[in-house]
Design a protein around this ligand. Structure first.
Ligand code: PMP
Length: 368
């Protein structure tokens, strides 16, 4: 058992069982005599690793056959460019829903490739909510509509999946694109509602750098060949089972272990129930006090990232120091918002969240 609970927003806590298995297999993967890091990516051992990782993900997320799963590198940020590069086709415009730092970065990057139109925004309320579908104004010429399912810094999560056919103008044919980096696999989701989903691995999947992208088959192959490097085309990955070049083999191996762990936990529906209970523990402490504050519109609060401030910011350093002495680490809020942030991804055990909740209550008693 480890002595700390790591509340980092990412790279984040991984299941202890996964790390123990990786340690166990470090020098000799299942009798092969070598480490996964040393294997040929085209050998039968690694082929079984990548195939199992994908198959378990497909099973967990119920991914239909007409969607490809591809393993990419460059972090989720690389997708901010790859999405417009690959999905614009003949269109010159894409729509973005603006809910905070990450959706802004995605839209800014896309603006180098096309006109970007803000379909909806929560700027008016300081990015503390998820704009309801009635407020979405999708342009008929949009190649796709992009949104961020969970804003990791602001702690705002969409608890619903937008149905573009229900927006004024009925834009049901326009593909919905989601950056699911920070709530991927934390709850069930209906893949068929999306054209493309991407997620950086370092929160709920595995080591940083790896990105998992799920893309509907008919959206492959639209990238103009002359302007799009081979490694930036989704089709390259889809056509070669993510092995056009050497993939991030060790990261994919760890991902496979995390997928198997998720399955053992009972799958996404079971994990979601645990995530709801974990988040509730912290929000209950916040809501029962005037000492802690979370600014997010109640129904849009994130289950994954809980930002909160202390009523007296001069206590921030003391809070962080004493939390650390209690084994609760990486609670400092993002530099752009200050305060604290507790990131409680799938792999954060309930005991970790309980320990934090109790620490918060005791800290308040001493300092309020
Ligand atoms: N999107 C979201 C929602 C994120 O939280 C992050 C990273 N925290 C990114 C994109 C960027 O990911 P990366 O650092 O892997 O490029």
């Amino acid at each position: 058992m480890r002595k700390t609970y790591n509340f980092s927003a990412g790279p984040a806590v991984l299941p202890e069982e996964v790390l123990l298995q990786a340690r166990e297999e470090m020098l000799d993967w299942q009798g092969s005599g070598i480490s996964v890091m040393e294997m040929s990516h085209r050998g039968k051992e690694f082929t079984s690793i990548i195939n199992n990782a994908e198959a378990t993900l497909r099973e967990l997320a119920n991914i239909p056959a007409h969607y490809k799963v591809v393993f990419l590198q460059g972090g989720a940020s690389s997708q901010f460019a790859m999405v417009p590069m690959n999905l614009l086709g003949k269109n010159t415009q894409a729509d973005y829903v603006y809910t905070g730092s990450w959706s802004k970065k995605a839209a800014n990057e896309a603006s180098h490739y096309c006109l970007t139109h803000t379909a909806a925004s929560s700027e008016n309320d300081g990015f503390h909510s998820a704009p309801p579908l009635e407020q979405w104004h999708v342009s008929p010429d949009a190649a796709y509509v992009h949104y961020t399912t969970n804003e990791t810094i602001g702690g705002v999560e969409f608890q619903w999946t937008p149905d573009l056919s229900k927006t004024s103008g009925n834009h049901g044919e326009i593909p919905l694109v989601a950056d699911m980096s920070s709530n991927f696999l934390s709850r069930p989701f209906d893949v068929e509602k999306f054209g493309l989903i991407y997620a950086g691995a370092q929160k709920n999947v595995g080591p940083a750098g790896l990105v998992v992208t799920i893309i509907r088959e008919d959206l492959l192959g639209m990238a103009p060949l002359a302007q799009t490097p081979t490694m930036f085309r989704y089709k390259t990955y889809a056509d070669h089972g993510s092995m056009y070049n050497t993939p991030p083999t060790y990261a994919i191996y760890i991902m496979g272990l995390v997928m198997a762990w998720l399955k053992k936990q009972g799958g996404l529906a079971a994990v979601e129930q645990r995530n709801i209970a974990k988040a509730q523990l912290i929000y209950d402490v916040i809501d029962a006090s005037d000492f802690y504050h979370n600014p997010v519109n109640l129904p849009d609060r994130s289950r994954m990232n809980i930002p909160f401030t202390l009523s007296d910011a001069s206590l921030d350093e003391v809070f962080l120091k004493q939390a650390k002495e209690n084994g609760l680490i990486q609670l400092k809020g993002h530099r752009s918002v200050g305060g604290m942030r507790a990131s409680i991804y799938n792999a954060m055990p309930l005991e970790g969240v309980q320990t934090l909740a109790t620490f918060m209550q005791e800290f308040e008693k001493k300092h309020a």
